[in-house]
Write a protein that binds this ligand. Structure first.
Ligand code: NDP
Length: 325
């Protein structure tokens, strides 16, 4: 038997339960991974609360993990039992000792990247890769606004932006989070609990405003974010930490300066094996070169997944959080 976290109804952290299951055998094209570390992500909370519907209930939870391949299904050629691997996509169910998923979503870990670092950075780091390098390929000297700059995705973004020569202005909710984002390479920070974000962006950029705004907070920050942009520039809305952006009148893009908007997801960018390998290759290079280091600021036993989610949702975490099976 193997342990996994599942939920039979949507709701608060109390709906998560630790159960024993019989490990499934991988079907053709699948692999079974023995997780050694599991990544905690805000998207897990969207599934638990029902903001994103799980395909069926009861359901497993989580899509990010790292460990060792235990069994491979028919037709799998790029993986074998014993390989050290990581993944950030596929069916819900990574919050578990063992997880079966399509082999195409699994990458082999290169030397020098340990499983905890991988579990703490696959989903978040691949997200930063496509946001900074693909939604628009940023150039050195450009200025961007990044909400939640001391969080999991944000901490990687601060370092990656710095490596690209991009000036990242990060929003945060406390002086401690501001210090952390600056240590990670943020060019400037704004404590939105004390300062007016639009006015501070105006001051910091001498009135020029930003080339791109990356907004994962959603409902609470949508309009502020649009006000921080240069005319004809790009708003990237990629998360809903405060709730989903709803009821938008498209005319607002005209009123705020002929803006562009995109609402991307990792699955939309890492949608083929070739693209996943290219994106993971860039992430691993950033990690191996030391240009990006991953701060695993919280570790919880798998059984305490609910407690870990409560901390993430309650803005009590910084950097990455992992669950240990
Ligand atoms: P974080 O570690 O960044 O945690 C969320 C942070 O958001 C909090 O620490 C807090 O920082 C800030 N925040 C602002 N308002 C709220 C609120 N009302 N409730 C809770 N937090 C709030 O999480 P992750 O790194 O896991 O994810 C960051 C975001 O990126 C999430 O929105 C997630 O959905 C999104 N994402 C999107 C992906 C995509 O492909 N579209 C992929 C991966 C992540 P502070 O206290 O400084 O305000």
């Amino acid at each position: 038997m193997a342990k996994r976290i599942q939920f039979a109804r949507t709701g608060g952290p109390e709906v998560l339960e630790l159960v024993d299951v019989t490990p499934a055998e991988p079907a053709p094209g699948e692999v079974r991974v023995r997780n050694q570390a599991v990544g905690l992500n805000f998207i897990d909370i969207y599934f638990r609360t029902g903001l994103y519907p799980a395909p069926s209930l009861p359901s497993g939870l989580g899509t990010e993990g790292a460990g060792v391949v235990e069994a491979v299904g028919e037709g799998v050629t790029h993986l074998k039992a014993g390989d050290r691997v990581a993944y950030a996509q596929g069916p819900l169910g990574a919050y578990a000792e063992q997880h079966v998923l399509p082999a195409g979503k699994v990458v082999v870990l290169p030397e020098g990247i340990d499983v905890e670092t991988a579990a703490a950075s696959m989903l978040k780091g691949l997200t930063v890769q496509y946001l900074l390098r693909q939604t628009r390929e940023l150039k050195g000297g450009e200025t961007i606004l990044w909400h939640a700059a001391a969080g999991g995705v944000g901490s990687i973004a601060c370092q990656w932006a710095k490596a690209l020569g991009v000036k990242l202005i990060g929003t945060v909710s406390s002086p401690e989070k501001a210090a952390l984002a600056e240590k990670n390479g943020a060019w400037a920070t704004i404590d939105y609990t004390k300062e007016d974000v639009v006015e501070r962006v105006r001051e910091l950029t001498n009135g020029a405003m930003c080339d791109v705004v990356y907004d994962s907070v959603g409902k609470d920050t949508w309009e502020t974010s649009l006000d921080c942009l240069k005319p004809r520039s790009l708003m990237v809305s990629f998360g809903n930490a405060s709730g989903a952006v709803e009821g938008v009148n498209i005319g607002i893009l005209n009123q705020k300066g002929s803006l562009f908007v995109t609402r991307p997801s990792l699955n939309g960018y890492a949608d083929t094996r070739e693209r996943l390998e290219w994106m993971a290759g860039e992430l691993f290079e950033m990690l191996q070169s030391g240009k990006v280091t991953v701060d695993i600021a919280q570790r919880y036993p798998l059984a305490e997944a609910g407690k870990a989610q409560e901390a993430l949702q309650g803005r009590q975490t910084t950097g990455s959080t992992i669950l240990l099976p």
